[in-house]
Design a protein around this ligand. Structure first.
Ligand SMILES: NC(=O)c1ccc[n+]([C@@H]2O[C@H](COP(=O)([O-])OP(=O)(O)OC[C@H]3O[C@@H](n4cnc5c(N)ncnc54)[C@H](O)[C@@H]3O)[C@@H](O)[C@H]2O)c1
Length: 342
């Protein structure tokens, strides 16, 4: 390393990229933002202005040649993740790669092997594992607060209109990947087990503009699951909902139940005669999980600096991709899919 601080380059300066870039520019201990990458010059220049940063590249390969860059955060559309992770690992850069890790399990295997062969950290962006409510809930379960876990239910519904690449299931793996990767990871985390069988149904109810060009696109999905240890799981996901950002978890045990998350996150409730009770809904994942992204970025830097394993591994990313693909197969084939977890 050229400096005492880890030099970090954010690759992909879109919606999620900017969150990481702002964190690294402003307050992650032992790290500094050295550059960003985006092929879109306007996006890159705008990001540099916001970040008060001088250096951007339009091609990630240039950033990988920069010896001020010790680590990269990969926040491009999903189908670029494999190539960039492998190239970054081969260049000796530590890697925080946004979820979904990649499009296929084979790609994930290549990424994990590249990180291992080059002895670099590979962390996957499941920031809910750094969210204080989720962490507390998991601790309660481990201490037996609700007895033995029977069912883990997790939902994520967002207001965003999908980006064009997200309509294309071949480029994004659809909302099961883009939205519900987090829920899939949460179910693995809370059951401490692997998905055994999934059954998913899906449809496009709110995005008529995508129906002709992307007939496979779905904006609403429900998936049930069984786990190797006998527990049950249930996930629902949606995009383009008209009411706010909604991420909630419910865990049913043999002796109780536990809830995480609510729609009126701010805790402000207004009541008057004309409108009755009113509470503002959560607007976006950006504010709901702002702190979790900071802890995630700090966790990544700590793993690199201390030589400790990252909290969310390439294996965790790969198992989520496997479940996404099984879910999409279940939607297409209209039948339950068994996962082979050898
Ligand atoms: N952890 C989370 O909660 C979360 C939230 C949103 C998005 N994401 C993930 O982050 C990734 C990006 O999503 P987004 O919503 O920010 O997308 P986006 O479309 O807003 O931004 C993607 C950016 O990547 C740039 N880009 C495209 N190809 C590139 C390349 N080869 N090299 C460098 N930059 C490139 C684009 O120009 C764009 O600016 C996706 O994998 C997505 O699933 C994660």
């Amino acid at each position: 390393m050229k400096s005492e601080k880890l030099g970090v380059c954010v690759i992909g300066a879109g919606r999620a990229g900017l969150i990481h870039a702002v964190n690294f520019a402003k307050g992650i201990k032992n790290a500094r933002l050295t550059a960003i990458v985006d092929p879109n010059r306007e996006t890159a220049e705008q990001a540099c202005r916001e970040l008060e940063l001088d250096l951007y590249y339009q091609d990630y390969r240039q950033a990988l040649e920069d010896d001020q860059v010790d680590a990269v955060v990969i926040v491009t559309p999903t189908d670029y993740h494999r190539d960039i992770v492998v190239a970054a690992a081969d260049a000796g850069k530590h890697i925080l790669c946004e979820k979904p890790m990649a499009m296929t399990v084979a790609e994930c295997d290549e990424m994990i092997a590249a990180a291992e062969n080059n002895n670099v950290v590979l962390q996957i962006g499941f920031m809910r594992r750094f969210d204080q409510s989720f962490v507390y809930a998991r601790e309660q379960i481990r201490q037996g607060a609700i007895g033995d876990v029977v069912l883990v239910k997790s939902l994520t519904r967002g207001p965003s209109i999908p980006q064009r690449w997200q309509y294309d299931i071949a480029k994004s793996n659809g909302p099961l990947a883009e939205v519900n990767s987090h829920d899939i990871d949460t179910l693995r985390w809370f059951t401490e087990s692997e998905f055994e069988q999934v059954y998913a149904i899906a449809g496009n109810y709110r995005c008529p503009e995508a129906r002709d060009e992307f007939p496979d696109f779905y904006d609403n999905v429900v998936m049930t699951a069984t786990f190797s240890n006998g527990m049950q799981g249930s996930i629902d996901g949606a995009v383009s909902v008209r009411y706010g950002y909604d991420a909630r978890l419910e865990v049913v045990g043999t002796e109780g139940v536990l809830f995480v998350g609510r729609l009126d996150h701010s805790g402000v409730v207004v009541c008057n005669l004309s409108s009755g009770l009113k509470a503002p809904a959560v607007e976006s994942w950006r504010n709901l999980f702002a702190e979790a992204y900071r802890y995630e970025d700090q966790g990544f830097v700590n793993a690199v600096m201390n030589g400790t394993p990252p909290a969310v591994s390439g294996y965790d990313g790969k198992m989520a991709v496997k479940v996404v693909n099984a879910g999409n197969q279940s939607i297409t084939e209209k039948k339950p899919i068994w996962l082979n977890n050898d």
